[in-house]
Each structure stands twice: as structure tokens, then as C-alpha cells.
Design a protein around this ligand. Sequence first.
Ligand code: TYD
Length: 143
Amino acid sequence: MSAPPRIASLSSPQVLELSSFTEARGRLCVAEATQDVPFDIERVYWISDVPGASWRGGHAHRTVSEALIAVAGEFSVRCELDGEITDFRMQDPGRALLLPPTAWRVLSDFSPGAICLVLASAPYDKDEYILERDELSRFVRDS
Ligand code: TYD
């Protein structure tokens, strides 16, 4: 399988290849704003200790782009954008899943010890979330 492109537009969910340096001492991966992820990173958070039967997300963002990285373990992401559903299994710390604004996402099937690192394009703002599918449809239609 060919490697995904490192630089991508912000318009569709896609896996980005990060800078990765593997040597006998181990592996180091880099996500640098604008080079490895196509936005300025203004916030970083991470999700851990998710029970195997639990899920996270279940919302979209009006304006925020995010990049999700499985820095430990693995998890699944179901993404829906413009009516198209795409499933991803994140398991490589050298890859990031780019989720553009208005992408509805659900994270699930976390392996024990999995950690999802999230790079976000803006500070936290709870009013920027879209929590209902109807609200998302209206927002997309009217914007
Ligand atoms: P939430 O976005 O609902 O988590 P998930 O999408 O993984 O299900 O956030 C969970 C809690 O964390 C909620 O009380 C808001 C808080 N939170 C912050 O304070 N800052 C942040 O940057 C994020 C992402 C969440």
C-alpha cells in the first residue's frame, strides 16, 4: 500500500503521514503545524482510559479542524461528512487522521492502554460544538 500524502487540504477526512524517525534507540514522530498538519495547532488534548465498550465523540465542530493520533494502542473512528461515512482504524503513531469542520465523528473500540492525542486548530469553546444531527444538517445547509 502506498503511503498517504503528508500535506492535504482541509476539506475531507484523511490519513496524514507524519514525519517519523526510526532508529535503534526507538522511534520519534513529529506533527508540526502547517508542515505535517495543515493548520496552526492552538490546542492539544488526549483521551485515555477508555473502556473497550465505550465510545467518545458523537459530535461535529462548526469551524475547528482536528488531527487524531494513536500515540499508544489503537482505536476506531467512524467519520461522516457530507453524507459519506468512512471508517478508520488508528494504530500507527506516525499517522494522523485529519477531521475537517462539520465532520461527525465517533471514536470506539479502544484497545487497553490506548491514547488518542488530538491536535486542534482553535481553543476549546463548548458553543462551537454541534451536538445534534439535525443541527449539523441545518448548519451545513445554511453555511
Ligand atoms: P468532550 O468533547 O465531550 O469529549 P469527547 O468528544 O471525547 O467525548 O469533552 C469531555 C469534557 O472535557 C467536557 O466536560 C469538556 C471538557 N473539555 C475541555 O474542557 N477542553 C477541551 O479542549 C476538550 C476537548 C474537552
